[in-house]
Design a protein around this ligand. Structure first.
Ligand SMILES: Nc1nc2c(c(=O)[nH]1)N[C@H]1C(S)=C(S)[C@@H](COP(=O)(O)O)O[C@H]1N2
Ligand SMILES: [Mo]
Length: 399
């Protein structure tokens, strides 16, 4: 006589019909090689590498802007941030065709029968929700943000960062679950099978990869010009032309938008230095111009992926710090005339504050700074994100 418990057990299993349903669930419903494990694995490896590099470059950019105690971003090499952030945006854009292809190749797996084999399989399938949702959110929110379109009520960097942790966590679970299959199907690489007949089977696997590769090439060539100047003319999809704007380079926040049109032109303008100094000081623009000047060619590298290298002239921050008697380990909080807004001030770590090329610039490319570029004074520092190159500087607080 069967025990009660086992009969109950069978009753539970019966919730899932024992017969495989038809339609997309039937065996061989997606028989072409475009949906097979090998195609999915190849796209998966490419996407996995891209996502890990996106995560690292994104994390670096976040840490630079919100440094915890253990993190100090160096001021050299001067153009490094331009490269890490330029790469972040380029890899993010290139991942869009890659992700779409991967989802299309893998979607038949949603119709797996039975829906779950065991607990491990259930976890792997559940992790697809944060993985797919997170990936779509990351690429879409990044794209909207660089396009200057933020229809959400939340602050982009925070949402982008938190979704990144969720996505990368789900990705690690996914890699762990798929590693054996991936290794097995990729090891079979050398035994090349003939391509299927394109007339009866539609696109070949090689055709799919060529299409994805061509899409990536087009997206990259049509946007990279916003940071690689020789490609400017190809930049049909780029949001920014790095040569467009007053004095030949872009403006993110204009003087009007920042509300500084009167204060920046005020004849009573003074730059003040205070905080942990031997003596607080203040300087008129003429006094600053009379000090030894220094020139440096440095990029403005925006987190949005555009960048422009210019030749700046101004006083060294180091000279001002020495005049005020600040210590060698001083960090400097640089504040703008702009009263409100997330980017009205930036904290320079000691390395950046004491770099010989860190300037409070009053000229660019031989001309007095345009008001939209920060007249009377803007900060420029080597290897620093654009958001921390404060414009319309009015106060330095030494810490
Ligand atoms: N005071 C102030 N400085 C600022 C900003 C700002 O909004 N306010 N924007 C920053 C950002 S995001 C960038 S990329 C650069 C843009 O510099 P540009 O306008 O000279 O090209 O300025 C930075 N300096
Ligand atoms: Mo920026």
């Amino acid at each position: 006589m069967p025990r009660r418990g086992s009969r109950e057990g069978r009753g539970f299993v019966k919730l899932v019909p024992s017969r495989r349903p038809g339609g997309p669930f039937r065996e061989g419903a997606f028989a072409t090689r475009l949906h097979d494990e090998r195609t999915a694995a190849i796209l998966g490896v490419a996407l996995g590498v891209s996502f890990l590099l996106l995560f690292l470059t994104g994390l670096v950019s976040h840490l630079i802007q919100h440094p915890p105690g253990w993190f100090a971003w160096p001021s050299r090499p001067a153009g490094l941030y331009r490269i890490t952030q330029g790469f972040h945006i380029a890899a993010g854009l290139a991942s869009i065709p890659l992700l779409l292809a991967k989802l299309w190749v893998a979607y038949p797996r949603l119709f797996h029968w039975p829906p779950v084999n065991d607990i491990g399989h259930a976890i792997e399938r559940l992790s697809l929700l944060p993985l797919v949702g997170g990936s779509l959110f990351m690429l879409a929110s990044g794209l909207f943000s660089i396009a200057g379109w933020e229809p959400w009520g939340f602050f982009f960097p925070a949402a982008h960062l938190w979704a990144a942790w969720v996505t990368i966590g789900a990705l690690i679970v996914h890699i762990g679950a798929k590693l054996p299959v991936t290794r097995r199907v990729l090891a079979r690489a050398s035994r090349r099978e003939p391509d299927p007949d394109p007339l009866t089977e539609g696109m070949t696997r090689r055709g799919l990869f060529a299409t994805v590769g061509a899409s990536i090439a087009v997206v990259t060539l049509a946007t990279l010009g916003e940071t690689v100047k020789p490609l400017r003319r190809l930049s049909l999809l780029a949001v920014r032309d790095p040569g467009d704007g007053p004095q030949g380079f872009p403006v993110n926040k204009s003087a009007v938008a920042a509300g500084v049109t009167t204060t920046a032109l005020d004849p009573d303008y003074r730059l003040t230095i205070k905080g942990k100094v031997a003596a607080a000081r203040s300087f008129t623009l003429d006094e600053l111009r009379a000090m030894p000047s220094h020139e440096a060619t440095l990029p403005i590298a925006c987190v949005d992926g555009w960048s422009a290298s210019e030749t700046w002239k101004g006083v060294r921050l180091l000279d001002l710090l020495n005049q005020a008697g600040a210590g060698q380990d001083a960090s400097v909080f640089v504040e703008s005339l702009q009263k409100r807004g997330a980017y009205r001030a930036a904290l320079l770590n000691p390395d950046h504050a004491h770099d010989a090329d860190t300037l409070l610039a009053y000229e660019v490319n031989g001309e007095p700074l345009h008001i939209d570029h920060g007249y009377p004074l803007r900060l420029v520092a080597p290897n620093q994100p654009g958001v921390m190159q404060t414009k319309w500087v009015s106060r330095l607080v030494v810490r």
